[in-house]
Design a protein around this ligand. Structure first.
Ligand SMILES: [Zn+2]
Length: 308
């Protein structure tokens, strides 16, 4: 066999092996719509997975800028993790249609819908989308309750095991480690926020309701009159009145929300504006779920102490 023939055989073998191996080095290719879900996938998947998030940490998960590269990423995925309850309604369906990937089809082992099994808060009694509400099936920002994250982690481990049975032991071990660590951290976070039980906070969007419920805080107003509807002067006047009446002096905003509006309200209510991203990686040293929650709990506790 001459060199040229050898090269041809080698190339053919390589292409054939690419055809049967789902991803580079046999790792599962996992795509998550948002960085928080990607962070959980990394905890559970460890070295057996390669994880990508479609949304940037600083992007609003409701309005992600869809790019051609997202289609390529979805086309090559073995597993897709989405938040569900229409969080990604505005941008994911067209990307999935173009990606044409049966492995991540709805209802299959390669598709994880995080909201499944979560006790949803703020489920409207009437279908409200026609009036602009972007939470028609309940509040989709449920990852700020660590108890929900435990359920999602277990769901991820279950799907990973179905798609990649040879790594079942690894997923099981990682899930156990993650859940044990999360229980310990949850107790720590509850202790940190316990002195502020019943404290009143204001948020820009309805994105902290699960955190508030878990840690006994009360969201007395949101700057948006409804999820996805921009603040109006009339609504902000009502927010200011409520904040003064209830002595709420902390406003939480995320990187993609209008901080100036929050600052205007804060000036009139002697309040502070806190930058509290919900996505890992939006700020330095918040790449894991634990680091992110450490940051959120510390930031909120400090502000509540200072405005007490
Ligand atoms: Zn929302």
């Amino acid at each position: 066999m001459n060199t040229l023939t050898l090269l041809k055989v080698a190339t053919a073998t390589l292409i054939a092996s690419w055809g049967t191996t789902p991803t580079f080095a046999g790792k599962l290719s996992v795509v998550a719509t948002t960085p928080d879900l990607a962070a959980l996938a990394r905890e559970i998947g460890g070295d057996a997975v390669e994880v990508k998030a479609l949304a940037k940490p600083t992007e609003d998960p409701h309005y992600v800028d869809a790019k051609p590269s997202h289609i390529v990423t979805l086309n090559r995925a073995d597993v897709l993790i989405e938040g569900g309850v229409e969080l990604e309604l505005g941008w994911l369906p067209p990307l999935l249609e173009s990606a044409r990937n049966a492995k991540i089809a709805a209802g299959g082992p390669g598709r994880i819908v995080a909201s499944q099994g979560i006790r949803m808060l703020e489920v409207p009694t009437t279908f409200d989308r026609s009036r602009g509400d972007i939470h028609p099936f309940g509040n989709p920002h449920f990852l700020l309750d660590p108890q929900n994250v435990k359920l999602i982690a277990a769901q991820i481990a279950g799907h990973f095991t179905q798609v990649d049975p040879k790594s079942a032991d690894l997923f099981k071990t990682n899930l156990r480690k993650f859940t044990t660590a999360l229980d310990l951290k949850l107790a720590e976070w509850q202790k940190q926020l316990a002195p502020y039980s019943g404290s009143k906070i204001v948020t820009y969007h309805k994105d902290f309701v699960y955190l508030a419920e878990r840690f006994n805080l009360e969201v007395v107003e949101t700057l948006e009159p409804k999820p996805g509807i921009a603040p109006s002067p009339a609504h902000l006047a009502k927010v200011i009145a409520t904040m003064k009446a209830k002595n709420a002096r902390v406003i939480l905003v995320q990187p993609y929300q209008n901080r100036r509006t929050a600052e205007t309200v804060a000036r009139q209510t002697n309040a502070v504006v806190l930058d509290v991203p919900q996505q890992p990686g939006a700020l330095k040293d918040t790449d894991t779920y634990f680091e992110l929650m450490d940051y959120i709990v510390r930031t909120v506790a400090t502000a509540l102490q200072e405005t007490k």
